[in-house]
Design a protein around this ligand. Sequence first.
Ligand code: BDR
Ligand code: CA
Length: 323
Amino acid sequence: MAQVEVLIDVDTGVDDALALSFAALHPDINLRAVTCVAGNASLDNVYRNTRAVLAVAGAGHVPVARGASRPLIAAPRDAAHVHGHNGLAGLDLAVPEGGSDIHAVELMRREILASPTPPTLIALAPLTNVALLLRMYPEVAARLDRIVFMGGSASIGNATPVAEFNSWADPEAVAIVVDSGIPTVMYGLDVFYSAAVSEDDVAALERSSRPVAQLCAKLFRHMAVKDSDQKRIPAGTIAALGDAGTVCAVVDPAGLTTHRFPVSVCTDGSRSRGQTIVDRRSHRGESELNGASLGQPVDVALAVDGARLAQLFRRTILGSSGG
Ligand code: BDR
Ligand code: CA
């Protein structure tokens, strides 16, 4: 596969950290920039965590920028109960000196314009920064090859019975993204927990002398505690790749099955706020006959070869020698 020019938007976040580690190490990805948004943790913690993780992964040279410190309209809410008090499993990683004052939207604009081929924007967090890019620089965003976002669901939710966390955190931003007309892939909860690592995978990471492998092992151990009492990961696995599965699927699209469906998102104040409504019907119904819009076409991930993506992740983090 030819190298893909990639921008990643994160709310690091334990599984965002796994995703960044993979993106930093995989040779088919040219990681041009990482942008930060409030979500799992405060913007300050996300920025700190992101720069610390990239440094461990040997990608301290990748530009990182702060973006939105809260959703477009909704009140900010974190996920400390899942990701730990600092968003990174309570780990105290060294944060490199320096940093940059460029805003996330300006960094995305700069790197989209500088990219030799249309880049892929992978969004692993509430879509606030991406929505701001679309509103501020729509002509630049139109140069994207596609947006691949982790969020939403065609089935059940996690933050609420029907809404996935990233979509629930900033539904208005999801609406802006899916309505943008830019080719979009939704890697939602229908596949999110199905790509997961085994005890053997994590033990191999722990045995590695690579700091990035040991970091990933610690992050998986943290998630394993969260996932252990849940039936949502496959039998024989202990922790989901989560956001990292999204990046693995960009490198290895054969590991993912998508179908194109109209998608919209519930933005009203009801209990279904943040729910992505995926129209999987094969027929037109009464609502459309009465003029309702079904939403824009989105490539919705419905199945994943979880073992394949987990092996891709393991091999990449361990290096070509395997383990
Ligand atoms: C999403 O929410 C966050 O907690 C994770 O980082 C992931 O992006 C899953 O619903
Ligand atoms: Ca995330």
